[in-house]
Write a protein that binds this ligand. Structure first.
Ligand SMILES: C[S@@+](CC[C@H](N)C(=O)[O-])C[C@H]1O[C@@H](n2cnc3c(N)ncnc32)[C@H](O)[C@@H]1O
Length: 238
């Protein structure tokens, strides 16, 4: 791991540890509740089957894992993985409260996941790939862990499609969002300044689609939501 990658991982983890208890609240406030619909759409596009083995990478507080378990209807299983103990423990509490028997949690780095090749029928990840230190390596892990024919879905911020809307969105994300997010969570790590910055650095819809194709995914598609503020990319391991 390079020094820059090590520094990024440390900084990102410090930020998520600091805001873990406010993460769900801020997500709902800052997205005007839309993140629930985005996550539901991600599960729809993943097209799970009853007995599937599902991996959620960067699961954080486990919203996507819980939705995946709902889709499985008590069969198969879901493993929620994250590098951050504070985020994962909140996710674990939500899983326990719902008495979901087929969801477990594991502390693990998206770039070095402790599972054998082709272990999963489906892999999903939400708002995590933007945060990893080595995006290509994390994508290679998703590919490695999927069975042939298995499907991945990646939900993350992207680039708004219409230029006038982009300006309004820039104002919101660079000026208002950091103030609201920081105030609500009393954050001192700068995570809500990092957020818009990390979105600008993440590949846009077309470039991310090309990147997952380069890794080896086929049948790649993306769907824009909220005018491209977020996008869901899907792909299949041949
Ligand atoms: C913005 S949160 C998303 C949480 C959840 N997936 C959701 O959609 O609400 C990003 C999560 O990715 C995790 N993360 C960042 N880098 C990671 C890595 N290298 N390996 C595993 N998880 C990572 C963070 O700890 C954090 O919990």
């Amino acid at each position: 791991m390079t020094q820059a990658a090590f520094d990024k991982e440390k900084t990102v983890q410090k930020m998520f540890s600091s805001i873990a208890h406010y993460y769900d609240l801020n997500n709902s406030l800052l997205s005007f509740g839309l993140h629930h619909a985005w996550k539901k759409k991600t599960l729809d596009l993943l097209e799970l089957h009853a007995d599937d083995k599902v991996l959620d990478i960067g699961s954080g507080t486990a919203d996507l894992s819980i939705l995946a378990a709902d889709h499985l209807g008590g069969k198969g299983f879901v493993i929620a993985t994250d590098l951050n103990e504070a985020m994962l423990s909140i996710g674990k509490k939500k899983i326990d409260t719902r008495k979901l028997q087929n969801v477990s949690v594991a502390l693990a780095n998206a770039e070095r996941l402790p599972f054998p090749d082709a272990a999963f029928d489906a892999v999903l990840t939400g708002f995590c790939m933007r945060n990893v230190s080595d995006l290509e390596q994390a994508l290679r892990e998703i590919h490695r862990l999927l069975k042939p024919g298995g499907k991945m879905a990646c939900l993350d911020f992207s680039t708004p499609v219409f230029a006038p809307f982009r300006k309004m969105y820039d104002f919101y994300s660079f000026s208002l969002l950091p103030k609201i997010g920081t105030w609500v969570s009393r954050d001192q790590t700068g995570i809500y300044e990092y957020l818009p910055d990390s979105i600008r650095k993440f590949p846009n819809q077309q470039n991310f689609k090309k990147q997952i194709e380069t890794i080896g995914f086929q049948k790649t598609r993306y769907q824009n939501l909220a005018g491209g503020i977020v996008a869901i990319h899907t792909g299949t391991r041949p």
